[in-house]
Design a protein around this ligand. Structure first.
Ligand SMILES: Cc1ncc(COP(=O)(O)O)c(C=O)c1O
Length: 389
């Protein structure tokens, strides 16, 4: 029997929510239903809220470190959910995965070095490379039978150009692909062959629908661990992005020491008081909630895909292996991206992420965040239909 109720609409207005309180700035109008930035409209597991309340009620919020108990909770989570046995000594903490990507670029490459990614992909992958004066090398994903695949011949050609670091997005945002063991082994083997380190962003790793299974690429072979920095976080999984807590797992000692030096230079090496408490409680007590969330999200995904297939046949949704993000192909409409945006905002009054934000290959697509109540999802789907009919 389910315990959690994901159908309760909780107003997020006036909470300084990026998704709900910035429509004017993001879309130029306050009159849109926001289904864009990747957080959820659900309350986290009640144990997380209880732990935060407990800490809040203590009343003193001085300097805080990350206690071993928090790392142990994360270690147990990774072992149970992803069959990856990490050592606590491998773990560093960071306020976010994007800051970690920036630190990785600074630590593992030099200005002017080449950094590889696979577009379309989460926009900060590009900006963290470019803002740090490194060069983006792109091995675009291929769209094969409605799913993204890696063009390994191209991937290898790009590695031959002397790339120093590869930013892997697993599971993939925006396509929802959970990369298979075979794909991950090929990626890791090629990167090692061409002396390219891997930053594996696994922030979406807990949001995977059965029978798909997330595999931390570093867990596959002992010798992979020396070449891979892995980012994990409770933020997407448990809807705790505002607590700004994430972890960096670096088995290789010299890479870890180099990372620590970067962190020390910036003095970014701990988490805030509530981030620590939220992270530990989520990993310790959040499993039942997550199982129920995944059921809800998977059903929402089916509902959305069915609706779009029947009611808006000119749109095609990429069937995701996980995540709560729908990547919707609008190219049959024959509209420009500006026209798509215009119709969504003016006719549909719906705020989605524009595909071009994710780089080459994103043109003609939009990304819709469906981590909301079913009522809101249906409202969003009706707006989507209205926009394009
Ligand atoms: C692939 C990926 N990495 C990182 C992030 C954000 O990470 P953080 O908020 O920890 O910086 C997101 C958020 O959507 C994401 O999709």
């Amino acid at each position: 029997m389910s315990h959690y109720d994901f159908s309760k609409q909780i107003s997020r207005q006036n909470t300084a929510s990026v998704k709900w309180d910035r429509n004017d700035i993001v879309f130029g109008t306050s009159d849109v239903l926001p289904m864009w930035v990747a957080d959820m409209d659900f309350a986290p597991p009640e144990e997380v809220t209880a732990a935060l309340k407990d800490r809040l009620e203590h009343g003193i919020y001085g300097y805080t470190y990350v206690p071993d108990t928090a790392t142990e909770a994360m270690q147990a989570w990774l072992s149970k959910r992803h069959h990856w046995n990490i050592q606590p000594s491998w773990v560093l903490y960071s306020p976010g995965v994007v800051p970690t990507i920036g630190m990785a670029v600074q630590t593992l490459t030099k200005p002017g070095d080449k950094v590889l990614l696979q577009s379309p992909v989460y926009a900060p992958f590009f900006s963290m490379i470019e803002k740090n004066n490194r060069v983006v090398v792109n091995s675009p994903l291929s769209l094969v039978n409605g799913k993204y695949e890696i063009d390994f011949a191209d991937f290898e050609e790009k590695l031959k150009e002397g790339v120093k670091l590869f930013l892997l997005c697993n599971p993939h945002n925006p396509g929802g692909r959970v990369w298979s063991e075979e794909e991950l082994r090929k990626i890791a083997d090629l990167c090692i062959q061409y002396d390219c380190l891997i930053l594996s962003d696994e922030i979406h790793s807990d949001l995977v629908f059965k029978p798909n299974r997330h595999i931390p690429v570093a867990s596959l072979e002992e010798n992979y661990q020396d070449h891979i920095v892995t980012c994990v976080a409770p933020s997407k999984t448990f809807n705790l992005a505002g607590l700004q807590a994430s972890a960096i797992i670096i088995p290789n000692q010299s890479i870890r020491e180099a990372f620590k030096e970067t962190q020390n230079r910036l003095s970014i090496n701990s988490l805030n008081t509530f981030g620590v408490v939220g992270l530990e409680a989520a990993y310790r007590y959040g499993e039942q909630w997550l199982e129920e969330l995944l059921d809800y999200l998977e059903e929402s995904t089916h509902i959305a895909i069915d609706y779009i297939e029947k009611e808006i046949p000119d749109l095609t949704v990429m069937k995701p292996d996980g995540t709560y993000l729908l990547w919707i192909d609008c190219r049959k409409l024959g509209l420009s991206d500006a026209e798509i945006r215009d119709k969504l905002l003016k006719k549909g009054k719906l705020g989605l992420e524009p595909g071009p934000k994710y780089g080459p290959g994103g043109e003609g697509f939009v990304r819709m965040n469906i981590a909301c109540t079913r009522d809101m999802l249906l409202d969003g789907l009706e707006r989507l239909k209205l926009a394009f009919t």
